[in-house]
Design a protein around this ligand. Structure first.
Ligand code: 0X9
Ligand code: ZN
Length: 430
């Protein structure tokens, strides 16, 4: 009995140690900025990022590292010396982008219950998955005439995938089009779910007073999936803040997770994705092999006549992207999409003095097949975008909560601008 008790205590301690340790709450963890100047330097950085216990923040995988392009590399304290040494031996210079990751993670995970003095609103904080499910329930109960919650499937670990359907109160309209908005495909991009919550709250609060949001909701319903990758998101709160993929496991590999944004059927697993389960851009076993991607794809297939605008929210790098990312070919309505993205970027610049790049994914960021935006486009949703929210690397995924409002306002103005343009192009509801 005593033995069992000791074993139990040890188990709890081990779990605590694991959580504290692997959440990267180490004081010595840093993020390096490295700009390789030659192909030889590119190879060194690729080597460092794949051989040492580091996490690539940007670009998403070593394959995308190029001469002259800045690399952001998370380096845990215990690999720091070896990484520095190797870079120095090969004459590769680096700057420390972030030296206080522990503090930043603490800032991000501090919430109302642990920090009662904070004056910030619910929407100016990051929330755990459980909190978000609770919010969803509460918001739906408080707004029964404007919100419907739809269960579209479940994750690999059997967590529900809930979509919020936002509508204007009037119900006589029959042929209303819709917007699809998903957040949090990638687990560590916490600003994304924060935006989905912000958007729902904004729409509910300002329908009566804001002309743009009224025009949008009068013409279109909005389907919002606040956390597309709940298992991954949960994992970033409990185990590894830097996790990107979902949490599916396979018998034939020690590595977990599929990159959900490489799992859609759009030139699936061609250049820019990987068949290696240990890669950050692992495409999975076959298109839609993952329940999260399959749930979204099935829902959109069922609603493809109504969904006129698809938007997926990611971070970081401040970009407004549109198809294609899976090929260098231009989309059939490239000019139209470019104009919409340009107008949205200009509005962000005018209102918030912040620069967002815009363009087709393949040329603006990198070739990346199997993405949800390209797949939605190929399904027939001709207005399809991926927004990469703040910032451009100052904090990266560890964007402090104090920056949430501005990041969300920027995304909101971009979304409103594009949605209003789409409304001009579609037949009005009858
Ligand atoms: O690589 C991605 O999936 C996205 N960038 S991120 O840094 N958030 O991972 C870009 C997605 C662009 N669209 C497609 N690749 N389809
Ligand atoms: Zn992403």
């Amino acid at each position: 009995m005593q033995f069992l008790l000791i074993l139990g205590v040890l188990g709890v301690l081990a779990q605590w140690y694991w959580v504290a340790g692997s959440l990267n709450t180490n004081n010595d963890d840093q993020v390096f900025s490295i700009t390789p100047k030659t192909q030889a330097e590119v190879d060194v950085v690729k080597n460092v990022s794949s051989q040492y216990e580091t996490v690539l923040w940007s670009p998403a995988a070593p394959e995308f590292i190029r001469e002259g392009a800045e690399v952001h590399l998370f380096v845990p304290g215990n690999s720091s010396q070896a990484v520095r040494e190797l870079l120095r031996t090969h004459g590769v210079t680096h700057a420390v982008l972030l030296a206080n990751t522990k503090e930043l993670i603490e800032m991000q995970t501090r919430n109302a219950s642990t920090d009662p003095r904070s004056g910030a609103s619910y929407y100016e904080k990051y929330h755990t998955l459980e909190d978000i499910y609770h919010w969803l329930n509460k918001t739906a109960m408080e707004n029964p005439d404007r919100i419907k919650v739809i269960l579209i499937g479940s994750s690999f670990e059997k967590r529900p995938l809930y979509v919020v359907k936002l509508s204007a109160i009037s119900t006589t309209i029959t042929n209303k089009k819709a917007i699809w908005l998903d957040c949090g495909i990638h687990a560590r991009e916490w600003i994304a779910p924060a935006f989905c919550l912000w958007f729902v709250q904004y729409s509910l609060s300002f329908y009566e007073t804001n002309r743009d949001i009224a025009r949008i909701l009068d013409n279109m319903d909005v389907y919002v999936l606040p956390v597309m990758n709940p298992d991954g998101y949960k994992y970033t709160w409990t185990m590894d803040r830097m996790w990107r993929k979902n949490r599916s496991i396979r018998e034939d590999s020690r590595c977990a997770g599929v990159d959900l944004n490489r799992n859609f059927d759009a030139n699936w697993c061609t250049e820019g994705a990987s068949h290696d389960p240990c890669s950050e851009i692992f495409c999975g076993e076959f298109p839609e092999s993952e329940p999260e991607a399959s749930a979204v794809a099935s829902f959109l297939r069922r609603h493809k006549e109504t969904v006129a605008l698809y938007v997926s929210i990611h971070s970081y790098s401040q970009m407004l992207l549109f198809p294609y990312s899976c090929t260098r070919d231009l989309a059939e309505n490239h000019a139209e999409l470019l104009l919409m993205a340009k107008e949205a970027a200009l509005k962000i610049k005018r209102y918030y003095r912040n620069v967002y790049k815009y363009g087709a994914g393949a040329e603006t960021i990198y070739l990346a097949p199997g993405g949800s935006d390209d797949w939605a486009y190929k399904l027939g949703i001709k207005y399809s975008f991926t927004f990469e929210l703040q910032d451009r690397g100052q904090y990266g995924f560890l964007l402090p909560p104090s920056e949430i409002p501005r990041a969300c306002k920027e995304a909101l103005v971009a979304l409103k601008t594009i949605a209003l343009r789409v409304i001009e192009k579609i037949p009005p509801p009858a």
